[in-house]
Design a protein around this ligand. Structure first.
Ligand SMILES: *[C@@H]1O[C@H](CO)[C@@H](O)[C@H](O)[C@H]1NC(C)=O
Ligand SMILES: *[C@@H]1O[C@H](CO)[C@@H](O)[C@H](O)[C@H]1NC(C)=O
Ligand SMILES: *[C@@H]1O[C@H](CO)[C@@H](O)[C@H](O)[C@H]1NC(C)=O
Ligand SMILES: *[C@@H]1O[C@H](CO)[C@@H](O)[C@H](O)[C@H]1NC(C)=O
Length: 305
C-alpha cells in the first residue's frame, strides 16, 4: 500500500496539500480488510482525501496539537524532571489537544548503531549533555517524578512509555526529525540545514527514519511521521543543490525508507526556506525551474524551533 503524501507547512499549521504519487492506485479496502487493519481507535492506517486526513473508515480526522521537544543535547523529552509523563499528557489533553509532534535527533539512532544495538540509559544521556553534577541531579528528579523508570531506563523506553500512555488518553504521537546532530534548531549555519550539510549525512538520516518507522509498529497511536523540520539553505556548504528537485529527490528517498519499514504510516513533507515556501507545489510549477526563495530575516530566527 502506498498512501498519498501530505505536504504541510507546520509553521503556519494550516497549509496542507495532498499529493498522490503518479503510480498510486486508490485504496480499496473491503469490509474484511478494514476489520483486520484497524477495528478499534485510531482506525489506522490513515491516508489523505483531498485536503483531509481520513482514517481507515473514511472519517475525517482533525489534529490539534503541540510540539514536545526531545532533540536537544540530552535527546530526552523535556520537562520530565518537573512533572510525570502522565501528568504532562493530561495537560495536553486538558486543553483539547489530541496530537503531539515529538521532534527527535538522528544522533539518537546513530548512537544505538555505534553501541551495537544498545540504547543509551537516561543517566548516561544526561551526564554527557549536562555534566556529572547536573546530569545526576536531573536524572534523580526525573525518576522521582516518574517512579516506574530508573536512571538506567533508556531513551527509547522513555519514548515508548510516553507513546503507550498517550494511547490510553487518545493522543496521537508524530515522530519528527528535527535535527541530525542534537541541538537547538534551526539556522543556516547549524550544520543541519540541508541534505549533506556538515552534520546532515543523508544515509544516517534514512537509517534513522527506518529505525523509528520500525519502532512505531509497536504503537497504534503513531499513524504518521514527518521527514525533516524546516529545510533551509546551508551557508556552510555552499556547493549543495538547494532547489526543489533536490528536495523532492531526497524526500522521496526518505518516504521510501519509511514505507519499506512500515507501509502504514502517513508521511508529512515540508517545503523550502524553513518550511515557508510551498510555491512549486501550490503553483504546479516544474520543480526543475520553480523559483526558490533565499531570503531569511535573522530577526525572526528566535521565533521558530
Ligand atoms: C548546572 O545547572 C545550573 C542551573 O540549574 C547552572 O547554573 C550551572 O551552570 C550548571 N552547571 C554546569 C557545570 O553546567
Ligand atoms: C511503566 O509502567 C507501565 C505500566 O504501568 C509499563 O507498561 C511500562 O513498561 C513501564 N515503563 C518502564 C520504563 O518501566
Ligand atoms: C558554519 O559557519 C559558521 C560561520 O563561519 C560557523 O560559525 C559555524 O560554526 C559553521 N557551522 C558548522 C556546523 O560547522
Ligand atoms: C540529495 O541532496 C544532495 C545534496 O544537495 C544531492 O547531491 C543529491 O543528489 C540529492 N539526492 C536526490 C536523490 O535527489
Amino acid at each position: 500500500m502506498r498512501p498519498s503524501i501530505l505536504i504541510c507547512s507546520l509553521l503556519s499549521g494550516l497549509a496542507c496539500a495532498s499529493v498522490t504519487p503518479q503510480n498510486a492506485r486508490p485504496r480499496t479496502v473491503g469490509p474484511f480488510k478494514r476489520e483486520s487493519l484497524g477495528s478499534k481507535w485510531p482506525y489506522a492506517p490513515f491516508s489523505t482525501k483531498g485536503r483531509d486526513i481520513v482514517n481507515s473508515r473514511g472519517d475525517v480526522v482533525t489534529w490539534a496539537g503541540v510540539n514536545w521537544p526531545m532533540s536537544g543535547e540530552t535527546m530526552i523529552p523535556e520537562g520530565l524532571e518537573w512533572k510525570s509523563a502522565a501528568d504532562i499528557l493530561d495537560d495536553v489533553a486538558g486543553v483539547g489537544f489530541n496530537y503531539i509532534r515529538m521532534g527527535y535527533a538522528i544522533q539518537m539512532i546513530d548512537e544505538i548503531y555505534d553501541r551495537k544495538g544498545r540504547d543509551v540509559p537516561m543517566i548516561d544521556a544526561l551526564t554527557a549533555a549536562l555534566g556529572r553534577t547536573n546530569g545526576t541531579r536531573v536524572a534523580k528528579a526525573i525518576v522521582s517524578k516518574n517512579p516506574n523508570w530508573t536512571t538506567r531506563t533508556t531513551r527509547f523506553e522513555i519514548w515508548s512509555d510516553i507513546a503507550s500512555t498517550a494511547l490510553k488518553k487518545g493522543i496521537f504521537i508524530q515522530p519528527d526529525v528535527h535535527v541530525s546532530k542534537a541541538q537547538w534548531c534551526c539556522s543556516h549555519v547549524d550544520g543541519n540545514a540541508w541534505f549533506e550539510d556538515v552534520s546532515f549525512p543523508v544515509q544516517n538520516w534514512l537509517r534513522g527514519l527506518s529505525y523509528v518507522a520500525t519502532w512505531a509498529k509497536k504503537h497504534p497511536n503513531i499513524v504518521s511521521m514527518s521527514l525533516r523540520n524546516e529545510l533551509r539553505e546551508s551557508w556552510n556548504r555552499t556547493n549543495l543543490y538547494y532547489n526543489w528537485d533536490t528536495l523532492v529527490g531526497n524526500m522521496t528517498a526518505g518516504t521510501d525508507a519509511i514505507h519499506a519499514a512500515n507501509s502504514d504510516l502517513l508521511i508529512t513533507w515540508s517545503g523550502m526556506q524553513y518550511d515557508q515556501d510551498l510555491s512549486a507545489l501550490t503553483t504546479g510549477k516544474n520543480i526543475l525551474t520553480a523559483p526558490v526563495s533565499h531570503y531569511w530575516s535573522p530577526s525572526l530566527l528566535g521565533l521558530f524551533t
